[in-house]
Design a protein around this ligand. Structure first.
Ligand SMILES: C[S@@+](CC[C@H](N)C(=O)[O-])C[C@H]1O[C@@H](n2cnc3c(N)ncnc32)[C@H](O)[C@@H]1O
Length: 198
């Protein structure tokens, strides 16, 4: 099957002139990412749709938030998902946080390849950042339920978490949760919960 780096309508403006950088990242995931075990072997189209396009929607939500902020932390980033596409397509400073040294080593090399100066790879426990609060994103690292149970309610926090689209139980006096649904290609819908401490 031929690989097509398609961008859904919702992502065209966000991607702008950065398609080439996203394709360099996609190549890196398909080669170095798979070789070094950052992601498991997948087809080129799967890597594009599920990792690159899915990540773009996190950036879209962040860039449309009414709040003023500069720094976003991607907790449990693995192969830089969603943090690398966010860093490529927005002006936010993006901290890629992972507990594993090997992942941070490979991501630091990738950031040099991309010649990017707003993305940083940091070895740390993601839960330290959840305690501190701020603007956080995670894909396939933590469930929305666990986020609700881990966030400190005295810290200003907005946390975008990939979800399965299921309803979430939470105290609406303490949190606000918005479920976002979007297509990553012409058939497949994905979900992100936008969780705010009130
Ligand atoms: C399932 S992978 C998801 C990676 C990536 N976000 C994605 O969507 O493909 C989970 C990642 O979380 C990292 N991780 C596990 N526990 C962690 C912790 N306490 N703090 C930071 N990273 C952690 C793992 O090393 C791994 O890279």
């Amino acid at each position: 099957m031929t690989f097509e780096p398609q961008v859904p309508d919702w992502g065209e403006q966000l991607v702008g002139d950065n398609l080439d950088q996203l394709i360099i990242y996609h190549d890196w995931l398909c080669n170095t990412g798979i070789k070094t075990g950052l992601i498991s072997p997948k087809s080129k189209q799967f890597v594009w749709d599920e990792f690159v396009v899915h990540s773009l929607y996190f950036g879209k939500i962040l860039s449309e938030l009414p709040d003023e902020f500069d720094v976003v932390s991607d907790l449990g980033t693995g192969g830089g998902i969603p943090g690398i596409p966010i860093g490529i397509t927005t002006n936010f400073t993006v901290n890629l946080i992972d507990v594993k040294e090997k992942r941070i080593f490979e991501l630091s090399r990738l950031i040099k390849i991309l010649n990017n100066n707003n993305i940083f790879a940091i070895q740390d426990d993601g839960y330290n950042h959840i305690k501190k609060g701020g603007f956080l994103v995670s894909r396939c690292f933590i469930s929305s339920e666990k986020v609700i149970n881990s966030l400190k309610t005295d810290k200003n926090t907005t946390y975008l978490v990939s979800s399965n689209g299921e309803d979430l139980e939470y105290d609406s006096n303490m949190f606000h949760v918005k479920h976002e649904n979007f297509k990553i290609n012409k058939d497949d819908i994905r979900h992100i919960d936008v969780i705010n401490v009130k």
